[in-house]
Ligand binder design. Structure first.
Ligand code: AMP
Length: 148
């Protein structure tokens, strides 16, 4: 088994923070490249009605800036000794973008949490984790929060 590229998906929740050391350790042990990916939810894709672009584009620009800052701030300790690392903020439906990125970039392993920001209902119904596992083009390591 060769693991050269790892994608770590984060929504900055406790659940994804708990999964990060697994991604970082595997990147270390395999000498793999680590791509830290956050997806900003694209409302226009799900709303099904007209969303005025001028104002929403501005909001997205702000969100993108905050997400980049959050990636830097949150992962600084874990990333210190990792040499090959990239941080990406994408826009779309999170599970679609994660799996598309994995396919396009020939990712060998996706690491994510089983719990995100939105609580237990999404773990059972249509969660990002579930959809990624169902459709991923590569193996997925999903890390459960101990208290769940
Ligand atoms: P959820 O299925 O939404 O409860 O989230 C489960 C896990 O999927 C989280 O712990 C993250 O690892 C990942 N995830 C959820 N939402 C996003 C997102 N917007 N961008 C990147 N990863 C995400």
């Amino acid at each position: 088994m060769e693991i050269r590229k790892i994608l770590f998906a984060t929504d900055f929740s406790e659940g994804s923070a708990h999964a990060l050391p697994y991604a970082a350790d595997m990147a270390r042990q395999y000498g793999a490249k680590l791509s830290i990916v956050h997806v900003i939810f694209d409302v226009a894709k799900t709303a099904g009605w007209y969303v005025p672009h001028v104002s929403i584009d501005e909001i997205y620009r702000d969100m993108e800036k905050s997400a980049h800052a959050e990636i830097e701030k949150t992962f600084i300790e874990e990333m210190r000794d990792l040499k090959d690392i990239e941080r990406l903020v994408l826009k779309g439906i999170p599970h679609e973008e994660i799996n598309k990125f994995a396919a396009d970039h020939k990712i060998d392993l996706i690491v994510l949490g089983t719990h995100g920001r939105r609580g237990i209902d999404r773990v059972l119904f249509g969660s990002t984790a579930e959809q990624v596992v169902r459709n991923a083009p590569c193996p997925v390591l999903s890390v459960r929060l101990p208290k769940h």
